[in-house]
Design a binder for this molecule. Structure first.
Ligand code: NAD
Length: 356
């Protein structure tokens, strides 16, 4: 949900009127009456004549038709996979902003939906691993003897991976983690896990992101990680390289090397997966391990995922607003960075290059 009732007042307080489609908040556990109580109108033609349409998913054709030219659209918009929709938004003369393109800068932190949703997904990954593993996560000292803690391995220690580590640690597991970025070692240690040092150079790209591996490095990394995978009770993978298919970090043979009862949670399954053979949204069995491929993980905690996403969207809208109106300053790096279409043109250069 792109606007929880608790944030309606921030928009009305800034001089905007807010209209919500009936039932729009229900998946995030907010009935229409909460929106009315917060000062919004609930109407089935909420998009009609609106100056801005806020959503999680990109707008539907009906919503695009209902908007007037020049209106602003804010949503997730995976442009590379939605080129016909980008063309439609351009031709409808809508100013479309993609939440995944908000720059990852300190100034834009409060608008960073990739981070807020990765946080939710990382937490869910750890809980799913704990729930599926037929073992305790914590060390237990009992009268009947000592129960050893579960060993959790996290590959990819960005926002989601660090949250998965913290959550598994809070449940008492012993956690080890690996990431190709040099800075990840300190970040991993700061949340209580052991960083796995591999005899490989770090892979840092621009903006603090990872770079794609060469085939040689990928093969060497697989080889060096294999014993760590075999030793883990639970494996959680969250590795991604922006704009690319998720890197394969774990082969089928490596999973086959895991102990009976082991579990694998691959959060990158929707981007092709970090684990060979994974299926997004389904659990499969490889060797003796149950392998779950993540799909839309954040939506499994809809209320809080929506609360955080709404705050990101409202912060972006208010960043673009002045005195109850949206004034698009395309010289501002945040506004320019996430602007996909404006004034009848595709403004986002990488998307423009992909347009037929
Ligand atoms: P992401 O979702 O793009 O990738 C997840 C992790 O996978 C990254 O840590 C990446 O290094 C790792 N990875 C990629 N290929 C790998 C491989 N082959 N093996 C192992 N690990 C691999 O990343 P993210 O969570 O969006 O964050 C990436 C970076 O951006 C981090 O440095 C984070 O601190 C930074 N960041 C900064 C801000 C900010 O300054 N506002 C906000 C969010 C994130």
């Amino acid at each position: 949900m792109a606007l929880v009732p608790g944030l309606v007042a921030r928009l009305t307080g800034a001089g905007f009127e807010v209209a919500v489609e009936p039932g729009a908040g229900l998946p995030a556990l907010h009935p229409d009456d909460e929106y009315r109580a917060a000062g919004a109108t609930v109407t089935s033609d909420a998009a009609a004549g609106a100056g801005a349409l806020l959503g999680v998913q990109p707008p539907t054709e009906a919503q695009i038709k209902a908007l007037t030219p020049g209106a602003v659209v804010v949503s997730f918009l995976p442009t590379a996979h939605e080129l016909p929709l980008v063309a439609r938004l351009r031709d409808a003369n809508l100013s479309a902003f993609a939440m995944e393109l908000v720059p990852r800068t300190s100034r834009a932190q409060s608008m960073d939906a990739l981070s807020s949703q990765a946080l939710v997904a990382g937490y869910r990954c750890a809980l799913m691993a704990a729930e599926r593993l037929p073992k305790f996560f914590p060390l237990l000292m009992t009268a009947a003897g000592t129960v050893a803690p579960a060993k959790v391995l996290v590959l990819g220690a960005g926002v989601a991976g660090l949250q998965a580590i913290s959550t598994a640690r809070r449940l008492g597991a012993v956690v080890r983690a690996y990431d190709v970025r040099a800075a990840a070692a300190e970040e991993v240690r700061s949340v209580g896990a052991e960083f796995i040092e591999l005899d490989l150079p770090p892979l840092e790209g621009t903006g603090g992101y990872a770079r794609e591996m060469t085939e040689d490095r990928a093969a060497r990394q697989l080889e060096l990680l294999a014993p760590h995978v075999a030793a883990a009770d639970a494996l959680i993978t969250t590795a991604a390289v922006p704009g690319r298919r998720a890197p394969t970090l774990v082969t089928r043979a490596m999973v086959e090397g895991m102990k009976p009862g082991s579990v694998v949670i691959d959060m990158a399954a929707e981007q092709g997966g970090n684990v060979e053979g994974v299926v997004s949204g389904a659990e499969i069995v490889i060797g003796d391990a149950r392998v779950w491929g993540g799909r839309n993980m954040a939506s499994q905690m809809p209320a809080q995922a929506s609360q955080l996403y709404s705050a990101n969207v409202v912060n972006l809208v208010l960043h673009m607003a002045s005195e109850g109106a949206l004034t698009l300053d395309l010289d501002d790096d945040i506004v320019a960075g996430c602007c996909v279409t404006h004034d009848g043109k595709v403004r986002h250069a990488p998307t423009r290059e992909l347009m037929p």
